[in-house]
Unconditional design. Structure first.
Length: 194
């Protein structure tokens, strides 16, 4: 636990420093540009580039922290799925914040946020459903690893229950069944013969 905290402390320091120093750095950049005779017409572009840079570095540091923290409890496939979802949401929020700040209108940002939320919801419906179903399968344990089941067109012995799918070995092949399909179907657990 302490090792994980030390591993992530670098990223925590970077994110906090960026958030605290960003408001002070931008006026210094403007001052430097004025000394170089760059017209103030470019200030909006400089601020957009600056906040995109700060946002991207912050998102990537937080992504790395999440990835490092989950490495001990989840498999690589599940971590990649969660990190990808985090990135999509974070970059959407970053786009909304920067756009609304530059437009000077909270209403514009809220409208854009609602539209992005709708798009993200539609795009991640299946993945999010699989992840939530995986959590319920892990908590409720309707079947255990090693049991033979028949569910959602897959039949065989349960090899692993992951966040997004359940691995069933049919003898001839391994079948990956999405967890949302398992939660929405009848699960037949074969009794062990005495």
């Amino acid at each position: 636990m302490t090792k994980d905290l030390l591993k992530n402390s670098y990223y925590i320091v970077v994110v906090v420093a960026l958030i605290l120093l960003a408001p002070f750095a931008l006026p210094k950049i403007y001052g430097f540009l004025r000394s170089m005779n760059v017209p103030s017409d470019f200030d909006i572009y400089i601020s957009i580039i600056f906040y995109i840079l700060v946002g991207v570095i912050s998102v990537e540091c937080i992504r790395k922290m999440i990835s490092n923290s989950l490495r001990r409890v989840l498999d690589e496939y599940s971590i990649r799925g969660m990190v990808s979802f985090f990135r999509i949401v974070s970059y959407a929020v970053l786009l909304i914040v920067i756009t609304s700040a530059q437009q000077g209108s909270v209403v514009f940002g809220a409208t854009l946020g609602g539209f992005m939320g709708l798009l993200l919801g539609m795009a991640s419906k299946e993945s999010l459903g699989n992840a939530i179903s995986g959590i319920f399968l892990i908590i409720t344990k309707p079947f255990r690893i090693g049991e033979s089941i028949n569910v959602a067109g897959g039949e065989g012995r349960v090899v692993d229950i992951k966040m997004m799918y359940t691995v069933v070995d049919s003898g001839e092949q391994k079948v990956l069944i999405p967890n949302s399909k398992i939660m929405g179907n009848v699960i037949k657990i074969k009794r062990k013969k005495d």
